[in-house]
Design a protein around this ligand. Structure first.
Ligand SMILES: N=c1c2ncn([C@@H]3O[C@H](COP(=O)(O)OP(=O)(O)OP(=O)(O)O)[C@@H](O)[C@H]3O)c2ncn1[C@@H]1O[C@H](COP(=O)(O)O)[C@@H](O)[C@H]1O
Length: 106
């Protein structure tokens, strides 16, 4: 899965400086981080709605939209996907409950 996301991350990085009239990634970046963050929020909401009221294919489509827009947001903030995956790796094998408790004491 992370291969596909890595390829998409590279495409997004390349398209950031493209012509906004021909590239959705460039158009979003031209509108700024607040707009990209808003899109992530919208796609997250649509994913939740699909999970609660939609069929399986709708959920797959909305989840793909959410992951795509999240990668656009990370790119706009210069956060590499590898950093996020490293954080997930770090958490691997730890209990979610323990992780939450550890974060409260940070
Ligand atoms: N994976 C995606 C992808 N998923 C969703 N979308 C776009 O996300 C938009 C979401 O639709 P919305 O109705 O929410 O938004 P909108 O009305 O178009 O725009 P807003 O005014 O709401 O911002 C649609 O225009 C989709 O085409 C994507 N656009 C691009 N990609 C990937 O990004 C690559 C580069 O795209 P370009 O930058 O367009 O070349 C493509 O080759 C794809 O691999």
């Amino acid at each position: 899965m992370s291969d596909a996301l890595s390829r998409l991350e590279a495409v997004i990085a390349e398209r950031r400086s493209a012509d906004p009239s021909t590239s959705y990634v460039a158009k979003l970046n031209a509108r700024g981080v607040a707009k990209i963050a808003q899109k992530v929020g919208e796609e997250a909401t649509e994913t939740v709605i699909a999970a609660l009221t939609g069929d399986r294919q709708e959920l797959v489509g909305e989840a793909a939209d959410l992951l795509f827009h999240l990668l656009v947001l990370l790119g706009a903030k210069d956060v590499a996907l590898a950093e996020v995956l490293a954080e997930l790796d770090r958490r691997e094998g730890t209990s979610g409950i323990a992780e939450k408790a550890a974060r409260k004491t940070d």
